[in-house]
Design a protein around this ligand. Structure first.
Ligand code: COA
Length: 270
């Protein structure tokens, strides 16, 4: 989906991607760059951002690094300003910075719960709030990276479920408030995605991975590129009347409940 009849979908657009040094967010940055967007990557770790920028440049993209923690509003606002100075007014925003560790509610301190809510929910608010004045309006698109935890309760994920539910409601509120200014705000809710830090933490052994896969109607985890393709669509003109949507990309995983458990139980055990 890199090009449609030779036309790059995001030519002339400027993007910022938080958490852009790795994982799903870097895959989205790559897809945006392939499609002609200039990319400002924001993240906590300068070395990771620099390596990602090198990779995008080697592939012919235009990219720059702007280190900041999304929990620190002033540092984040300065990073966003420097991305705008590097590339120009911002058309596309991906709020992807996230934190996760598997733990039961009784196994996490108030500070552990807060760390995830601060990165995922407050960090998304901070990014949207700080970027607004730098957006090219009308026509800007914001994508918040949510997760199926937002609407499917999961054990060991109370902090993430609460934070991502907040992210999706924030998406909808901002879509209402900023729609008249021509700013679209949508969420992408991936399920299990291969080769990500999140899944390394949630499915650390082949046995756990196999069990989780049984509950996914599509029979596998998503690839990062599949999430990037969805982000490309949502940020392009092809989606110009879509705002306030939570778009699920999970191979049917969140259709859970008894039906999926039955499906998993009925599958031959290999
Ligand atoms: N179980 C229980 N509590 C945990 C924990 C675990 N596995 N890992 C961290 N915590 C707690 C810490 O104990 C601390 O609480 P305390 O001060 O009461 O002891 C709190 O979380 C903050 O930990 P800290 O390491 O200082 O926070 P951080 O800001 O450096 O890290 C995290 C944030 C905790 C989310 C960390 O997992 C992280 O950096 N993740 C980023 C990568 C990632 O998760 N990617 C996947 C995204 S889906």
């Amino acid at each position: 989906m890199a090009e449609v009849f030779g036309q790059r979908l995001l030519s002339g657009k400027n993007a910022i991607v938080t958490g852009g040094g790795s994982g799903i967010n870097l895959a989205i940055a790559r897809r945006y760059a392939e499609n002609g967007a200039r990319i400002g990557l924001i993240g906590r770790t300068k070395e990771k951002l620099d390596a990602a920028v090198d990779e995008l440049r080697r592939a012919g993209g235009e990219a720059s690094a702007h280190p900041a923690d999304v929990r620190d509003y002033d540092a984040l606002a300065a990073a966003i300003k420097s991305a705008r100075e590097a590339h120009g007014e911002i058309d596309l925003v991906v709020c992807g910075a996230a934190g996760n560790f598997p733990a039961p509610a009784l196994g996490m301190s108030a500070n552990g719960f807060k760390a995830v809510v601060d990165i995922d929910l407050l960090g998304t608010f901070n990014t949207c709030r700080a970027v607004y004045e730098h957006l090219r309006r009308p026509g800007a698109s914001i994508i918040n990276i949510s997760a199926t935890q937002a609407f499917t309760p999961m054990p060991l994920q109370a902090h993430v479920c609460a934070a991502k539910a907040g992210v999706d409601m924030l998406t909808k509120c901002l879509a209402i408030e900023w729609g008249p200014q021509g700013v679209r705000v949508n969420s992408i809710a991936p399920g299990a995605v291969d080769e990500t830090e999140g899944m390394r933490r949630l499915a650390p052994t082949p046995e756990i991975r196999k069990q989780l896969t049984r509950a996914i109607p599509a029979g596998r985890f998503a690839t990062k590129d599949e999430i990037a393709d969805l982000a490309l669509f949502l940020s392009s003109d092809a989606a110009k009347f879509i705002t306030g949507a939570v778009v699920v990309c999970d191979g049917g995983q969140s259709l859970a409940g008894f039906g999926v458990s039955m499906m998993a139980a009925m599958q031959p055990r290999t």
